[in-house]
Design a protein around this ligand. Structure first.
Ligand code: ADP
Ligand code: MG
Length: 252
C-alpha cells in the first residue's frame, strides 16, 4: 500500500463525522461532528432529551446510526462481529445505573472481563483488580456483593471494572445522577484523578463544577445538535448562543 494507514498517528482517538439518527419522526442526532484527541476530556451538557445519551451510545454501537461515520483511531466502527467486539472492549462505559453483577463479589465483577474477554490469568486479574479497587478506594469491600455497598461505592466499582479492560477511552453517561448527594463527590474525585492521569474521557454530566475543573472542552447539545463548543471558561462565562445562555440560566 502506498498510503500509510498507521493507527497510532495524529488522528483523533474518537471521531464522529456528520452523524445522523432518527427515531421515527424524531431527528435525535442531527449532523453531529465531534473529535476527541488522546488525553482529552470532553464534557457534554444540555437539556434532557437533547440526544446526549444517544450520541454516547452510538460511539460503541449500542445504537446504530442512519448516516455519517464513527472512527476510532481512524478506523471505521465495524457493523458487527469480532472487530466490533474488540473495538467495544477498547471503550469503557459507565452509566447512571451501575449494572454490576449482583450474584458476584466486587472482586469477581472486576476480574470477569479480563479473564473471560482478554484471557488474562486469574492470578494476574486478581492482582490488577485489587490494585484498581484500591485506586478507587473500595479495596476493603472486595469480597462483598454489590448490594452490601453504598451507591457511591458501587459506582466506583463499576469504574474499576471498566478500567480493568484497559480501555483507550472512557465514556461516562451521568455517572452521578442516581447517587445520593453525599456520594457524588467521591465518584467525581475518582473521575478527576483519572482525567489527571491522562485518560481520554467523554463525560455527560450536570455537575458544572466538575466540568469547569476537568473539561478541556465543553460540548453543548440541544435538539439533537451540537449547538456550541468551547473551553469551560468560554462556555460558562461567555456562552455565544441564546440556547446555551437560557440553559445556563435555568440551572443556576
Ligand atoms: P439525553 O441523554 O440528552 O437526555 P437521549 O439521547 O436519551 O437524550 O434521548 C433523546 C431523545 O430521543 C428523547 O426525546 C428520547 O425520548 C428519544 N429516545 C431515546 N431513546 C429512544 C428509543 N429507543 N426510541 C425512541 N425514542 C428514543
Ligand atoms: Mg441521557
Amino acid at each position: 500500500m502506498a498510503q500509510s494507514t498507521s493507527s497510532t498517528g495524529n488522528q483523533p482517538l474518537i471521531e464522529l463525522r456528520h452523524v445522523d439518527k432518527h427515531y421515527g419522526d424524531l431527528h435525535v442526532l442531527n449532523d453531529i461532528n465531534l473529535s476527541v484527541d488522546r488525553g482529552e476530556v470532553v464534557v457534554v451538557i444540555g437539556p434532557s432529551g437533547s440526544g446526549k445519551s444517544t450520541m454516547c451510545r452510538t460511539i460503541n454501537r449500542l445504537e446504530t446510526i442512519d448516516s455519517g461515520e464513527i472512527l476510532i483511531e481512524g478506523e471505521p466502527l465495524p457493523q458487527e462481529g469480532k472487530d466490533l467486539a474488540r473495538m467495544r472492549a477498547e471503550l469503557g462505559m459507565v452509566f447512571q445505573q451501575f449494572n454490576l453483577f449482583a450474584h458476584m463479589t466486587v472482586l469477581q465483577n472486576v476480574m470477569l472481563g479480563p479473564v473471560d474477554v482478554l484471557g488474562v490469568s486469574k492470578d494476574e486479574a486478581r492482582e490488577r483488580a485489587m490494585d484498581l479497587l484500591s485506586r478507587v478506594g473500595v479495596a476493603e469491600q472486595a469480597d462483598k456483593v454489590p448490594a452490601q455497598l453504598s451507591g457511591g461505592q458501587q459506582q466506583r466499582v463499576a469504574i474499576a471494572r471498566s478500567l480493568a479492560m484497559q480501555p483507550k477511552a472512557m465514556l461516562f453517561d451521568e455517572p452521578t445522577s442516581a447517587l445520593d448527594p453525599e456520594m457524588i463527590n467521591e465518584v467525581l474525585e475518582v473521575m478527576v484523578r483519572l482525567a489527571q492521569q491522562g485518560m481520554t474521557m467523554i463525560v455527560i454530566t450536570h455537575e458544572m463544577n466538575f466540568a469547569r475543573r476537568v473539561a478541556d472542552r465543553v460540548v453543548f447539545m440541544a435538539d439533537g445538535q451540537i449547538v456550541e463548543t468551547g473551553t469551560p471558561d468560554e462556555f460558562f462565562d461567555h456562552p455565544q448562543t441564546k440556547r446555551a445562555q437560557d440553559f445556563l440560566n435555568s440551572i443556576k
